[in-house]
Design a protein around this ligand. Structure first.
Ligand SMILES: Cc1cc2nc3c(=O)[nH]c(=O)nc-3n(C[C@H](O)[C@H](O)[C@H](O)COP(=O)(O)O)c2cc1C
Length: 186
């Protein structure tokens, strides 16, 4: 696939077919993540791969519990009381991109590193016919280090990028983009 088509064709997908992703493709996705640039080439990302529905549901329920303890507009709150997996959207594949905990300035760099890894992973997934979505809500799981440790994120690590992948039920229309250049000095 042409890179430009891949960049413009990728969408955040929030409904997935009940179809597993092969190990070969998971390896490609994670491998693409590891090709991202990183501050001082630290390659800080560590991947936890979860394909087990019961585990994903448990994480989804926990995120909702945490979110319900916070202030939200009513229409958003509704999502958190649903029995459905309104956090990870019934995905067959959840990848938790995490890093070792660091002091704030390195943490910021590592967060960027993980974001770059995430986009690489999204594009690699799209090339394989998969949809994907960054689930920022999933980062609230950092409030439950015991549960994260249970699924393989060590307590001295922080979850930076919860990413979901799978075969899309349908492809949404693109959300229009605007290129906002503040200034261009020649
Ligand atoms: C850092 C970040 C956090 C996000 N968190 C969520 C989320 O928790 N739930 C969700 O459904 N989408 C989430 N998204 C997806 C965005 O809503 C989506 O990228 C945006 O609406 C643009 O749509 P597109 O990705 O289809 O182009 C997140 C995206 C990013 C980059």
């Amino acid at each position: 696939m042409e890179l430009n088509d891949c960049i413009a064709g990728r969408r955040s997908i929030r409904a997935y077919k009940d179809e597993p992703v092969s190990k070969e493709i998971v390896d490609k996705i994670i491998g693409a993540g590891a090709w991202a640039p990183s501050g001082m080439n630290t390659q800080p990302w560590r991947f936890v791969v979860i394909e087990n529905r019961a585990t994903i549901n448990k994480l989804s329920q926990r995120v909702k519990e945490i979110l319900l303890g916070m202030e939200w507009p009513d229409e958003i709150k509704e999502r958190f009381t649903s029995e459905e997996d309104t956090i990870f959207y019934g995905t067959p594949l959840l990848v938790l991109v995490c890093v070792e905990k660091k002091e704030p300035s390195w943490r910021d760099v590592n967060l960027l590193d993980c974001g770059l890894a995430a986009e690489n992973m999204f594009l690699a997934a799209y090339q394989e016919g998969l949809g994907s979505c960054f689930i920022g809500f999933g980062n609230f799981l950092n409030q439950d280090p015991n549960l994260l440790a249970e699924v393989g994120v060590p307590k001295d690590h922080e979850l930076m990028a919860p990413l979901i992948f799978g075969y899309p039920v349908d492809i949404p229309e693109p959300k229009p983009r605007e290129v906002k250049v503040l200034k261009w000095i020649r």
